[in-house]
Ligand binder design. Sequence first.
Ligand SMILES: [Fe+2]
Length: 131
Amino acid sequence: MLEYSKVALDFMNRDHAEFVSLCEKLIATLNDAPNPRAIDPLLDQLAEHTRHHFAEEERQMQAAQFPPFRMHKGEHDRVLSALAEHIERWRQDRDAAQLCDVIESTLNGWFVNHVNSMDFVTANFIKQAKG
Ligand SMILES: [Fe+2]
């Protein structure tokens, strides 16, 4: 169970819960029946969800003229391309243990840090800007 901060905007909390539940589903499937037919669609779903979730945060940051927008978006872009690389590697190697490790350590570690720092500050700023 991942521990991360609740932020000031509900749409972000909903996206974060969805991200965590997709990661949990992936880990359970990787432990249970790590076959590509089950894993590939879940990875596509995770990539799609993450793209959407980041794009919505970015749209709202821009609307609120959040000053460190570039920095926050830079981190999103970096994570999206790392995720695409991890998915590509899985498609080539089909290494379930490696993918499990990437999700549990790299991706989830990044997620908790990101939510607790950048998303937390960003949500407060957008909420205040909206009044
Ligand atoms: Fe973010």
